[in-house]
Design a protein around this ligand. Structure first.
Ligand code: CP
Ligand code: NVA
Length: 308
């Protein structure tokens, strides 16, 4: 049995296998062929943080696969009143076939997975957001940007930056990360990515200059400067991230046909300007839609691993 907790645990071949499955299921879905790959299965969806895309895509995804999703918000279940993760895991995994969790520390997710009898999927933690990256890569393929691309990530060295580090270092492409000083990715994750990059041939670069990162890039991406749980740091972060907004001027340094991705929600006037966002809305909302297709691929893949 496999879990989907971070791309660190996945080989290039496995990532591409899931992507192929997602492409196949997306094509079937577009033809209105709803193949019941997960008939009668129940996906528990535990949320300790807010969500629009993750909730909608997992709930619709499991339904389209012939199963049903249970939305379990922290405040509605005993977890919110202090029932331990490991007990929640042992209860939920005896009744459900798969679990998706959005929580704070990756360690909490890992604890849940250790006690779970069924596959567990990371729906975002403070450290990683791997399901988002699967959707992002699917979008890169669809826009013709998956062939040895240069990806520039501008902004906070957060869960999205860490996930980009894992994707690039596993698949072997160029990733340039530009953050303000003091907001670099976690050192241990960065070092681990460099190790994977050595094996895959990826180029990983860290800079404090957004212009340097974006030069000739095929894909430019960013994320909020204030992640969930960091609301109290808002004012300081807005000051510290000055100069890191993805503007038209910055986009001019990328390749002429560069795409812009954003995991959303987006805060215009902060990490991205309104005009860049609207100019690239087709890519951004295809990326959002691809959450649905990529996660269906992940769920079906995990189910196959369990039964093989
Ligand atoms: N990108 C993303 O995970 O969005 P939500 O927070 O709305 O789920
Ligand atoms: N870095 C953001 C991503 C939201 C999808 C957060 O953790 O809030």
């Amino acid at each position: 049995m496999r879990h989907f907790l971070t791309l660190k645990d996945y080989t290039k071949d496995e990532i591409l296998e899931i992507i192929d499955l997602a492409i196949q299921i997306k094509e079937e879905t577009k033809r209105k062929e709803f193949v019941p790959y997960l008939e009668h299965q129940t996906l528990a969806m535990i949320f300790e943080k807010s969500s629009t895309r993750t909730r909608v895509s997992f709930e619709v995804g499991i339904y389209q696969l012939g199963g049903i999703g249970l939305f379990l918000s922290k405040n509605d279940i005993q977890l919110g009143r202090g029932e331990p993760m490991k007990d929640t895991a042992r209860v939920v995994s005896r009744m459900c076939d798969m679990v998706m969790i959005r929580t704070f520390e990756q360690a909490k997710l890992e604890e849940f997975a250790r006690y779970s009898k069924v596959p567990v999927i990371n729906g975002l933690t403070n450290e990683y957001h791997p399901v988002q990256l699967m959707a992002d890569y699917l979008t890169m393929i669809e826009f013709g940007k998956a062939d040895n691309p240069i990806v520039a990530y501008i902004g906070d060295g957060n869960n999205m930056a860490h996930s980009w580090l894992m994707l690039a270092s596993k698949l072997g492409f160029t990733l340039r990360i530009a953050t303000p000083k003091g907001y670099e990715p976690n050192e241990h994750i960065f070092v681990e990515a460099l190790k994977f990059a050595k094996e895959s041939g990826a180029t990983i670069e860290l800079t404090h200059d957004p212009k340097e990162a974006v030069k000739d890039a095929d894909v430019v991406t960013t994320d909020t400067w204030i992640s969930m749980g960091q609301e109290e740091e808002k004012e300081k972060r807005i000051q510290d991230f000055k100069g890191f907004e993805v503007t038209k001027e910055l986009m001019k340094l990328a390749k002429d046909d560069a795409i812009f991705l954003h995991c959303l929600p987006a805060y215009r006037g902060y990490e991205v300007s309104e005009d860049v966002f609207e100019e690239h809305a087709e890519e951004i909302f295809t990326e959002a839609e691809n959450r649905l297709h990529a996660q269906k691929g992940i769920m079906v893949w995990l189910d196959r691993k369990r039964s093989s």
